[in-house]
Design a protein around this ligand. Structure first.
Ligand code: HEM
Length: 449
C-alpha cells in the first residue's frame, strides 16, 4: 500500500514544535495523522519523523538494529540515567535482556504480587470517608515504594528507604528540565544543580552499599537485586565460562527499574481513577465485579483472572493516556520508511498516542470505552495499533508487573469508594513532563452506601 508522507505545520525557528509538544502534547500528536502516515516534525531545530500508521510504527519497533535508541534528548537522558536495559544501545541489549529476563519470570512475579498486595493495603488502609486525595503524587510514592520493596525486599531500613525515595524524586523531577537545558548551565554551582547532584549521588551510594552487602551475604533474598547479582550468561555455550553484570551495570539497572516501575504505573492509575470518576456506568460495573470477587477486602493476586472488567479499564486508559508519549530512535544506517529514504542519524519518534487516537484504527477513538477490549471486539484490531508497552525486542519487560499492580489497586479503590473529581482538578497532561500524567487530580472518596 502506498504510504503518504507529510510535514506538520507551525514549526517555529529554533524551537520547532517544542511549544505544542510540551504544552499540549495530546492535541498536537492527535493532529499528526491528518498530514500523512509518516510526518516530519521539528524537535528544536532537528527534523524528526513520526510514523502515524500502525504498520509503519511496527516496522520501526521490530527493527531495533536500524532504529536504535537515540535522538537529540535521548543521549542526554542516557548520560543522566546510565546505560541500563531501557537505555542501552542495540549492541548491548540482547545480553542485558537475557540476563534480566529471569527476574520477570512468572514464579518471580508471584512474589512481587505479594509485595504489591501489602503496599495496596498500606496505601488504602488510612483513607477515610470524605477524604480528598491528590492522586498522582500519592500514587507515585506508592508505586516507587512498591518497586523499591521488590528490588531490595526487607533489606533496607525504613528511614533509608524514605531518604532514597525523596532523593530519587528530587533527581527525577529534574531530568526532563535538564534534557532541555544547555550542559554548561547544568554545571553551574546553582542550588538546583547542587540538590540534583546530591540526590543522584545519594541514590547511587545507597545502591552501591546494598550491592556490597548482598554480595558479602551471598544469599538469594528472592528480590530483584539478588537476581541481578546472580545473573550469569553462559559464554561458551557449554557452561564453561559465565559472565554477569559488574557493580556499575547493576546500579544502572536498579535506577532503570526505579524509574520505569514507578512513574508510569502511578500515571496510568491516576488517569484510570479520573476516567472512572467521570464515567459512573463504568464505576458501577467495576464495583459489581469487585463485590463479587473480593467484596469487603482488598483485592489479591489470586483474584486477577476474575477481574477482567478492571483489566479492560486499565488497557483502555493506556490507550487514551499511554504514559510514554514521545520516545526517540536514531537510524544507525540509511533506512527506507514509507518510501522515503532516511539517512543514518535521522531521528524517528515512537509516540503511542498518535496511533492509539486514530479513528480509522480505533472506532470512535476519542471515547472511553473499556468494552472495546472484549476479546470479540479487540481481535479485529490491526497489528501495531496498541503499543503502550512498545513492541519487538525492546518491549516493556515489566508489562505483567505493571498490569498486576494497576488492576489490583484500581479494583481495590473503586470497589471500596465512590470516586469524584473535586472542582479544583485540572486533568490536562502536565507540561514539560517525561510521561503523561494529570496536572492536578484531586479525588474525593465517599464510602459506598
Ligand atoms: C503502565 C506501566 C508501564 C508502561 C506504560 C511502560 C511502557 C514501556 C514502554 C513503551 C517501553 C518501550 C520503550 C521503547 O521502546 O523505547 C518500556 C520498556 C521498559 N520498561 Fe516499561 N512500562 C511500564 C511499567 C514498567 C515496570 C513496572 C517496569 C519494571 C519494574 C518496567 C521496566 C521497563 C524496562 C526495563 C524497559 C526496557 C526494556 C528493553 O529495552 O528491553 N516498565 N516500558
Amino acid at each position: 500500500m502506498p504510504y503518504v508522507t507529510g510535514t506538520a505545520p507551525g514549526a517555529l525557528p529554533l524551537v520547532g514544535h517544542a511549544w505544542s509538544l510540551t504544552r499540549h502534547p495530546l492535541r498536537f500528536l492527535e493532529s499528526l495523522p491528518a498530514y500523512g502516515d509518516l510526518v516530519e516534525i521539528r524537535l528544536g531545530p532537528t527534523p524528526a519523523y513520526v510514523p502515524c500508521h500502525p504498520e509503519l510504527l511496527r516496522q520501526v519497533l521490530t527493527d531495533d538494529r536500524t532504529f536504535d535508541k537515540g535522538g537529540p534528548f535521548f543521549d542526554r537522558f542516557r548520560s543522566v540515567l546510565g546505560n541500563g536495559l531501557a537505555n542501552c544501545p542495540h549492541a548491548e541489549h540482547r545480553r542485558q535482556r537475557r540476563l534480566i529476563q529471569p527476574a520477570f519470570h512468572r514464579t518471580r512475579l508471584e512474589r512481587y504480587g505479594d509485595t504489591i498486595e501489602r503496599e495496596i493495603d498500606a496505601l488504602t488502609e488510612p483513607w477515610r470517608h470524605g477524604q480528598v486525595v491528590d492522586a498522582f503524587p500519592v500514587l507515585y510514592r506508592f508505586a516507587l515504594r512498591t518497586v523499591m520493596r521488590n528490588l531490595f525486599s526487607a533489606h533496607i531500613d525504613p528511614p533509608t528507604a524514605d531518604r532514597l525515595q525523596q532523593a530519587f524524586q528530587t533527581a527525577l523531577g529534574q531530568v526532563v528540565q535538564r534534557m532541555f537545558t544547555p550542559q554548561f548551565v547544568q554545571r553551574l554551582p546553582l542550588p538546583v544543580n547542587r540538590r540534583y547532584d546530591r540526590a543522584l549521588a545519594f541514590v547511587r551510594a545507597t545502591v552501591e552499599e546494598l550491592i556490597t552487602r548482598y554480595r558479602r551475604g551471598g544469599e538469594d533474598h528472592g528480590d530483584l537485586l539478588s537476581m541481578l547479582i546472580a545473573a550469569r550468561e553462559d559464554t561458551d555455550g557449554e557452561g564453561g565460562g559465565s559472565v554477569g553484570f559488574d557493580d556499575g551495570e547493576i546500579q544502572d539497572q536498579v535506577i532503570v527499574m526505579l524509574l520505569a516501575g514507578s512513574e508510569s504505573v502511578a500515571a496510568v492509575l491516576s488517569w484510570a481513577l479520573c476516567l472512572v470518576a467521570r464515567h459512573p456506568e463504568v464505576a458501577r460495573r467495576l464495583q459489581e465485579e469487585a463485590d463479587a470477587v473480593h467484596g469487603g477486602r482488598p483485592s489479591r493476586s489470586a483474584d486477577l483472572p476474575h477481574l477482567p472488567c478492571a483489566g479492560r479499564v486499565v488497557t483502555e486508559t493506556l490507550r487514551l493516556y499511554p504514559p510514554g508519549w514521545l520516545i526517540t530512535r536514531a537510524t544507525t544506517a540509511e533506512a527506507k520508511l514509507a518510501g522515503r529514504v532516511l539517512p543514518a542519524g535521522t531521528t524517528v519518534v515512537f509516540s503511542p498516542p498518535v496511533v492509539h487516537r486514530r479513528s480509522d484504527t480505533h472506532h470512535e477513538a476519542e471515547r472511553f470505552d473499556p468494552d472495546r477490549w472484549l476479546p470479540e471486539r479487540s481481535g479485529e484490531l490491526p497489528r501495531g495499533s496498541f503499543v503502550a508497552f512498545g513492541s519487538g525486542a525492546r518491549k516493556c519487560i515489566g508489562d505483567t508487573y505493571a498490569m498486576t499492580e494497576a488492576v489490583l489497586a484500581l479494583s481495590t479503590i473503586a470497589g471500596r469508594w465512590d470516586i469524584s473529581c473535586t472542582p479544583r482538578t485540572d486533568a490536562r497532561p502536565a507540561p514539560m513532563a517525561g510521561i503523561l500524567y494529570p496536572r492536578r487530580l484531586l479525588l474525593r472518596l465517599t464510602d459506598r452506601t
